[in-house]
Write a protein that binds this ligand. Structure first.
Ligand code: TEU
Length: 575
């Protein structure tokens, strides 16, 4: 059998992420919901995606928009009912689309009954389900510096919260309302596996596992190297910790083994290295199908971290992605993304939303989608949605941004400087409502949206794009269709071209005698790229170019190939 026939189904699949809060609201409360998603399935089918990854819809106090779960087996009433959920699964399946659920098991909500019980006292049978520790030796509870470790939370401040009643601290790598589960305790692990089996039995097709490389902490809890803020970097002690592979192999045995269905597992892994990623995704090791790595989305972080952005260094991006392409692919597998609910919009971040909105959105789409790996499209990305227009602190909704604002201002930074960083990099950028049409709230809701709709929805919306063959939407559709149609996209090998070029992103994919050439000008100036096209131009992003399908022959001229600002070209040569 050929490599293609042997390959798992998800190698030629495209995943679409739905962030339910902001997708579509059916009942006018201003918050998206399951019936809302159900009403927009035509959009997904038209786009041609194979899988929907649904961000959390479980019962939750919504301190982190559902990434703080208080009951893993029920649907938050904000989003609907279990009956709505069942209807959604059935409707997706009827259209041949799979459903992958978000699995948030590094932590729960502090309102989860497990934590409530755990918190009730040192003798609670669930005390050890979380990380409780006395104050640091020689310190009284609550005294500055009494935290059991000096780790800095991913959401600012220390990772430990004092519980006044017992004088002990609990660990929270994220918000204080997100206490970390103790995976050292086998009861915790088996309760999670049982819950996962329960969802699979309900027909879901896999899981996207939230910060799953943080579940194993070094039980000695060593301090991290302190920074200017006095807090330490705990990453070395909880990123890909000592037992993470063991836990994921156990999970695989307990949850996935023997299920003869087409499932997908993807682990979200901040700070994962490619060396670790190969281990996580090597099929022989039976851990995960693929991981989300973060190297490429950190390249524009400045010395002050994510809220201190700097211009993207294109050769550095190419070097990074090329390394991942080379190291994962034969063994292991990449997931490909620019956008998700935590990242700013790609057209605003790396493109030119003012002068070349359509061209730069489609240029970046082309670059990503034709790499080797499984591409992820985040809701609205297929429309070229832009960053939010959030001007004041009152406009912000995201707990990470709000915590950062508070801590940075307390530490003496100017509020306007902090806000500038949040405007560029904050997570609310990705969370404004999907722009369905030009009506008052963009067709998202009839009520007051929980976060402001982007004012550009008058011209930037799905309704306009459906009828425009040169739209961002149709470009994504064409890219997805190309992956489905041409095995070279899913299965070909990858060679980066022009690695040092400051403006052009070019690469070649080869499978047997077939060659796919992708050449993209990622700048607003015309350039000549030193590549030699052959075969047919099957896809381009300038008006009048083929939108996938019947191509026009490459004109046979030798390099260099002239490219207009933000022009993308894809050539297919069947040899
Ligand atoms: O995110 C994990 C994570 O580390 C970052 O992407 C995070 O969003 C933050 O921006 C770091 O600066 C996952 C979820 O995707 C995110 O939405 C949750 O808030 C987080 O875990 C906690 O569950």
């Amino acid at each position: 059998m050929s490599q293609e026939q042997d390959a798992p189904w998800w190698r030629s699949a495209v995943v679409y992420q739905v962030y339910p809060r902001s997708f579509a609201d059916s009942d006018g409360d201003g918050i998206g919901d399951l019936p809302g998603i159900l009403s927009r399935l035509d959009h997904l089918e038209r786009l041609g995606v194979d899988v929907v990854w649904l961000s959390p819809i479980y019962a939750s106090p919504q301190a982190d928009n559902g990434y703080d779960i208080s009951d893993y087996r029920s649907i938050d009433p904000t989003f609907g009912t279990m009956a709505d959920f069942e209807e959604l699964v059935a409707a997706l399946h009827a259209r041949g689309i799979k459903l992958v659920m978000d699995l948030v098991v590094n932590h729960t909500s502090d309102e989860h009954p497990w934590f409530v019980e755990s918190r009730s006292g040192p003798d609670s049978p669930k005390r050890d389900w979380y990380w409780w520790r006395p104050p640091r030796e020689g310190f009284a509870p609550g005294e500055p510096g009494a935290e059991p470790t000096n780790w800095r939370s991913l959401f600012s401040g220390p990772t430990w919260q004092l519980d006044e009643a017992t004088g002990e601290y609990y660990l929270h790598l994220f918000d204080t309302k997100q206490p970390d589960l103790n995976w050292e305790n086998p009861e915790v692990r088996h309760a999670i596996y049982a819950m996962m089996r329960w969802w699979l039995d309900r027909g879901v097709d896999g899981f996207r596992m939230d910060v799953i490389n943080m579940i194993s902490k070094d039980p000695a809890l060593p301090d991290g190297v302190p920074g200017d803020d006095g807090l330490g970097d705990g990453f070395p002690h909880f990123i890909c910790g000592p037992r993470v592979h063991e836990f994921l192999q156990e999970m695989h045995r307990e949850v996935f083994e023997g299920r003869d269905r087409d499932l997908l597992t993807v682990g979200e892994m901040p700070g994962v290295t490619w060396e670790e990623a190969v281990l996580f995704t090597d099929p022989a090791r039976q851990e995960l199908d693929m991981v989300f790595q973060f190297e490429h989305v950190r390249l524009d972080h400045g010395p002050g971290g994510k809220f201190d952005p700097q211009p993207l260094d294109l050769p550095a991006l190419k070097a990074s992605l090329d390394r991942w392409q080379q190291r994962l692919g034969e063994v292991g597998w990449n997931s490909l993304y620019w956008c998700n609910h935590d990242q700013p919009r790609v057209v605003s971040r790396f493109g030119d939303e003012d002068r070349y909105w359509r061209e730069s959105a489609t240029a970046w789409a082309t670059v990503l989608q034709l790499h080797r790996g499984t591409p992820y499209v985040y809701q609205g990305e297929e429309l070229g949605m832009t960053n939010a227009a959030l001007a004041t602190p009152e406009d912000l909704r995201d707990v990470e941004s709000l915590n950062h604002l508070r801590h940075a201002v307390e530490a003496g930074m100017e509020q306007q400087d902090v806000l500038a960083g949040i405007r560029a990099m904050g997570r609310d950028n990705a969370r404004t409502p999907v722009q369905w049409d030009a009506s008052e709230h963009a067709g998202f809701t009839t009520g007051e949206p929980w976060i402001a709709v982007n004012p550009n929805h008058g011209w930037l919306n799905a309704a306009v794009q459906y009828d425009d063959p040169s739209s961002v939407f149709h470009h994504y559709r064409a890219l997805i269709e190309l992956r489905h149609r041409e095995p070279v996209v899913a299965h070909g090998d990858f060679t980066m071209l022009l690695p040092d070029h400051e403006r052009v992103y070019a690469y070649e994919r080869r499978l047997g005698g077939t060659r796919l050439l992708v050449v993209v000008n990622l700048s607003g100036e015309p350039v000549a790229a030193d590549v030699a096209p052959s075969g047919e131009l099957v896809l381009g992003n300038l008006t009048g170019q083929p939108g996938s399908g019947a191509g026009t022959p490459a004109d046979g001229s030798t390099a260099p190939l002239p490219l207009q600002p933000w022009e993308a070209r894809v050539y297919l040569d069947r040899g």
